[in-house]
Write a protein of this length. Structure first.
Length: 206
């Protein structure tokens, strides 16, 4: 039996304090480059299924409550109301500077609309559909990450459960419609994959 993977929780407030003492941002080690190059074999027709056992196991562990994984005692303390307020103010100011810079370089562009709940639902829905192979260019092989799509759809279900009774009628309609369509796409794709995995019956004798 494999041991439960250890998770390292980084308290970014400590990193911020180090940055202030050193007078510059704390450097983070660069991620190692991915191994492997371009495949020389000709891709087969049809969607390409990507199943990563390690990723699936990690997603399964991450989906469990923190109490079961023993992370409750390792999590940093929650920020105080003052810390959250100061951070939010600094974030809003930084975001406004970024928007001013973009609009200065593109004078014809108007102000960007604020991000709302519908943008979150749309982002999750589009992610799930792309993971199920939608959006592939004509003539290109669709790349399917069925496990990732299932996880994204499950996240939409968790969002619907946790926000129940706290959404407007329009927000609830958007979420339920997106969740329904994503689940229908998942059912159709898995049904097609099941049919392709079944060997055809031998031809009958004449």
């Amino acid at each position: 039996m494999s041991e439960t993977p250890k998770f390292e929780v980084i308290d970014r407030r400590k990193i911020k304090a180090e940055e202030e003492r050193e007078g510059g941002p704390a450097t983070q080690p660069a991620a190692p480059p991915s191994a492997g190059g371009a495949a020389s074999a000709k891709p087969e027709a049809g969607p390409r299924l990507v199943v990563n056992d390690a990723k699936r196991d990690e997603a399964k562990e991450a989906a469990q409550p923190a109490e079961k994984l023993g992370l409750a005692d390792e999590l940093p303390r929650a920020p105080t109301a003052k810390e959250s307020h100061e951070q939010k103010a600094a974030y809003d100011a930084s975001a406004q500077r970024l928007e001013d810079l973009i609009r200065a370089q593109n004078p014809a562009m108007g102000p960007q609309p604020p991000v709302g709940f519908e943008h979150l639902v749309q982002q999750l829905y589009l992610t799930a559909m792309l993971q199920m192979g939608a959006g592939a260019q004509e003539g290109q092989q669709a790349r399917v990450d069925i496990v990732g799509a299932r996880n994204t759809i499950d996240l939409m279900g968790i969002l619907a459960e946790k926000t129940r009774g706290n959404l407007t009628e329009a927000e609830n309609k958007i979420l339920q419609s997106a969740l329904f369509e994503a689940r229908m796409g998942f059912l159709e794709l898995t049904s097609m994959m099941s049919m392709q995995s079944v060997s055809p019956p031998p031809p009958g004798k004449k």
